[in-house]
Design a protein around this ligand. Structure first.
Ligand code: SF4
Length: 102
């Protein structure tokens, strides 16, 4: 499963322990517009991702979401306040343990 929490049916969110996900209220905020129909300007994307990070910061299931994202390794979207590249960085050897200590 590599689907953003905002796109999962509520039943799947519960099974993924993501019940209460804040991104359910505005799915496009975290995943962006459909790239097949919309070209998002880089500045607009950066602004959208900043707002998504703010939403994640107060999300009650952020820790579970982050764990899920670290294992799922999504390439797009904002997950627990992180981009796919930032999540990849967490998966580098030794990095995750350091991050959890900090
Ligand atoms: S932490 Fe962010 S991406 Fe994860 S479930 Fe919450 S709002 Fe959605």
């Amino acid at each position: 499963m590599n689907v953003h929490p905002s796109k999962l049916p509520l039943a799947d969110l519960r099974s993924a322990r993501l019940d209460g996900a804040e991104c359910l209220f505005d799915p496009e905020l975290h995943d962006g517009p459909d790239p097949l129909t919309t070209i998002e300007h880089p500045d607009a994307r950066a602004a959208r991702e900043d707002v998504a990070r703010d939403v994640c910061a107060s999300c009650p299931v952020r820790v579970c979401c982050r764990e899920y994202a670290v294992h799922a390794r999504p390439k797009a979207g904002i997950w627990a306040g992180l981009t796919g590249l930032e999540i990849d960085a967490l998966n580098r050897p030794g990095r995750r343990e350091l991050d959890e200590v900090a």
